[in-house]
Structure formats: structure tokens, C-alpha cells
Design a protein around this ligand. Structure first.
Ligand SMILES: [Zn+2]
Length: 177
């Protein structure tokens, strides 16, 4: 894939109609936690930056879009300018829990960074440790994202396994299984 038309930075699904089947395909890659505050994890492709990639057909080519941006644009119904940075309040790169209500959303434009840091410090999120994946070295972050995806795909929503993956605990450790 990737023959022509690939622009990850400017991947904006709204430049063309987003079809229902494309949205269904998108959500088929997402596993949502049971509580309203839980993360929604992307289980599709993960790139070498530790973030997800969702491939969509646009024109005669394919475009790799970032799942959290795609989810945010679906939630708000508006395109995000390519210059607008989306930040995760939960600090988990493959989370796509987006909402137009920023008190609920785990991703928001960088202009809301202060609010998001406040929320994180209030400790709203119960399903994750205090580590900051975004601050980890790139290779470590990528591995955590891949491990987390493996856990979700193979075991579904299992909080202990999710925590282990986020903390970088060796997943083949016999005590975990
Ligand atoms: Zn999240």
C-alpha cells in the first residue's frame, strides 16, 4: 500500500465524503472500555512513532490518517486544520476516545492543553498508571503500543493485562497467565 497520495501529516478524511462503510471499518478496529471514562484502543496498524494509522481510499490513492484525528473529526463533525495538534489527556498514543465534549474527550486540540493537564492531575482516569507514554523514548513507546494492541486483540478488555502492557511488564511472564 502507499502507492501515491500518501500524506500522513495532512490526512484529513473530510476532504472527501466519509462513507458509512469506511466508518464501520474504522470502528471495527476500536475496543472500548466498559466505563464512560475508559480509553478506546485502536487495534489497527501502528506506525513507527507508536501511534495508529488508518488507511483510507481517497481519489485514486490511499491516505494514512491518524485514528485519533479521524475519531475527533467524526465526533465534532468538523475538519481539523492540519496545523492543529491533538493531544491525549490520557497520554496513551493509541487511544481514540474522542468527543465533542472536551470534559469527556481523551483527545483535544493543543489549545486546550491547560484544561487537559488539569484533568489528568485530578486523576479522573482510573484505568491507567501515572506514567507518561509520550515521554518515553520512541522505541519504547512503539513497543508499549504494540504490546497493548496484542493484549486487547488476544484478551479483550482485561484491566490487569492492560496495565502490565502500559507499564512494560514482560507479557510472557508466567505470573500473568
Ligand atoms: Zn484514553
Amino acid at each position: 500500500m502507499g502507492a501515491g497520495g500518501v500524506d500522513e501529516r495532512d490526512g484529513r478524511p473530510w476532504e472527501h465524503a466519509v462513507t458509512r462503510s469506511e466508518q464501520e471499518r474504522f470502528w471495527s478496529f476500536v475496543v472500548k472500555g466498559p466505563d464512560p471514562d475508559d480509553c478506546w484502543f485502536w487495534t489497527g496498524a501502528i506506525s513507527d512513532d507508536g501511534y495508529g494509522r488508518f488507511w483510507v481510499k481517497r481519489g485514486t490513492g490511499q491516505l494514512a490518517v491518524r485514528p485519533q484525528r479521524y475519531a475527533y473529526e467524526l465526533a465534532t463533525g468538523e475538519p481539523l486544520p492540519s496545523s492543529t495538534l491533538l493531544l491525549h489527556s490520557c497520554d496513551i498514543p493509541i487511544c481514540v476516545h474522542a468527543s465533542a465534549d472536551l470534559e469527556v474527550s481523551h483527545v483535544a486540540p493543543g489549545t486546550h492543553r491547560e484544561n487537559m493537564l488539569d484533568r489528568a492531575q485530578r486523576g479522573r482516569y482510573r484505568n491507567r498508571a501515572t506514567l507518561r507514554l509520550g515521554d518515553l523514548p520512541r522505541q519504547v513507546r512503539v513497543q508499549r503500543s504494540l504490546d497493548l494492541r496484542t493484549v486487547i486483540v488476544e484478551h479483550g478488555w482485561e484491566p490487569e493485562l492492560i496495565s502490565a502492557a502500559l507499564l512494560g511488564v514482560e507479557l510472557t511472564h508466567p505470573r500473568l497467565f
